[in-house]
Design a protein around this ligand. Structure first.
Ligand code: PA5
Ligand code: NI
Length: 184
């Protein structure tokens, strides 16, 4: 579909088309993460918030391999919160990750294990190093699709439970048309 642009273009012919996984996350899958439940209930639960196209060239428990993915977050808000990803720590906590913004504008929200939360601005070409032991979530603060590529160790895994239960200590909201990170 046209949403998956620029998409994964392989130079290595032997990798082409293999082990690619595509998922979408809709409002009905993201009930825990948005603050304004009243606003959420008024929206279509089938609304697609983001899509991820990932490439897994090795098994998930292999140490030393690398995974690659592109995330596409649609523009939108739930109440005054921007459309965003679930967010996670890595299951193996000390595993890091790189993000590189392709298109659009957004914020990368980061939280350490002491629940200190901060954010980095995302714009085409911006490169973000996510240290180990750091939860990460991205939000689309623009009017067009935000897309970014991610590179992470194959054995990192995802811990979604911690964030779905406890959230981040700050939320990103739109105030007078601008993103602002505020304490909950
Ligand atoms: O590896 C990553 O951190 C990203 O590819 C994310 O998985 C992606 O952006 C989707 O976010 P989440 O996994 O929190 O739903
Ligand atoms: Ni990650």
């Amino acid at each position: 579909s046209s949403i998956l642009e620029p998409g994964i273009t392989f130079i290595n012919k032997e990798l082409k088309g293999k082990n690619i996984d595509r998922i979408d996350r809709r409002l009905k899958n993201l009930k825990d993460i948005f603050f304004d439940k009243t606003a959420l209930e008024k929206m279509d639960p089938e609304t697609v918030v983001y899509e991820v196209e990932s490439y897994f060239p090795v098994e998930h428990d292999i140490e030393g391999g690398l995974f690659y993915g592109i995330t596409y977050i649609h523009p939108g808000t739930v109440g005054n919160e921007y459309f965003m990803t679930k967010g996670h720590f890595h299951k193996i906590r000390n595993r890091g990750e790189f993000y590189c913004t392709l298109q659009g504008e957004g914020m990368l929200i980061l939280m350490d294990e002491n629940r200190n939360t901060w954010a980095e601005k995302m714009y085409p070409g911006s490169i973000h190093y996510i240290k180990g032991n750091t939860a990460h979530r991205t939000a689309n603060t623009g009017n067009t699709i935000l897309s970014f590529s991610a590179f992470w160790p194959s054995d990192a895994g995802h811990d979604y439970a911690t964030i779905s239960e406890q959230g981040f200590s700050k939320i990103l909201v739109q105030r007078q048309g601008k993103p602002e990170l505020i304490s909950r």
